[in-house]
Design a protein around this ligand. Structure first.
Ligand SMILES: [Zn+2]
Length: 233
């Protein structure tokens, strides 16, 4: 059973931390409240999934059952996956219940790709007394092999793009990125997310790729491979 990756409108941005000097904030990506139910309905059908909440040692859990034989006529095979809610919610009970449901659905693979999100730092926003009332939305997202490869976030209040993956909204940092030029193609080296899901700054990319951008480094690597004499018996 494979659940598709989340669309931009199924993702919400919540503020993580606000910079001490009010110079920016970090954003975290979450699934919207409805998207788990929508995806379960879409993939297995409303009659082939169920949820149940229970308490265990003071924590609220959710168990999501799926009839994995949903496409086999007259056959039933219920499989269950559960998880607990986090206590850090403001509307405690309600928050914990929906949180445990969302987490149980991550165990089924729904929205797990959000864990591959880069660190999102936004400076184009209004911060007053360490609070920000702007609303941020994902306007574009794409994936490759269940990993986020493109991400654009807008400030809904101003309509401005405040974050683009591989680009930094902070102009100062943008200049710094542009300062590092690939020794082969002469284009600026961009920061990128590695296979390990870590975000590498332009400087780190340049270091790992011997002064080149990722693309040029890959090309020269293949060239080197091809020039290695083959062993002829
Ligand atoms: Zn290059």
């Amino acid at each position: 059973m494979k659940f598709r990756e989340l669309r931009a409108d199924e993702i919400e941005c919540r503020i993580g931390q606000i910079g001490k000097n009010g110079n920016g904030l970090s954003l975290l990506l979450y699934k919207t409240a409805r998207c788990d139910m929508d995806l379960l309905d879409e993939v297995v059908g409303p009659e082939n999934w169920q949820r149940e909440h229970y308490e265990c040692k003071g924590n609220l859990f959710c168990r999501v059952g799926i009839n994995t034989n949903y496409n086999v006529p007259e056959s039933v095979n219920w499989v269950y996956k559960s998880d607990c809610g986090s206590e850090s919610n403001t509307e405690k009970e309600k928050g914990e219940a929906s949180d445990s449901f969302k987490r149980a659905c991550v165990n089924w693979g729904i929205g797990r790709e959000l864990y591959t999100a880069p660190f999102i730092w936004v400076t184009d926003c209004k911060i007053e007394n360490s609070k920000c009332h702007d609303k941020f939305v994902v306007s574009n997202i794409s994936y490759k092999d269940s990993k986020i490869t493109e991400l654009t976030i807008k400030n809904e209040k101003t309509g401005n793009v405040v974050f683009e993956m591989n680009k930094i909204s902070n102009n100062k940092k943008k200049e710094a990125v542009n300062d590092i030029i690939c020794t082969k193609c002469g284009k600026p080296i961009m920061m990128l997310t590695g296979k390990d899901n870590k975000l590498y700054s332009a400087g780190e990319v340049a270091k790992l790729c011997k002064g080149m951008c990722k693309e040029c480094y890959e090309v020269t690597k293949n060239e080197r491979k091809n020039t290695v004499p083959k062993y002829i018996p």
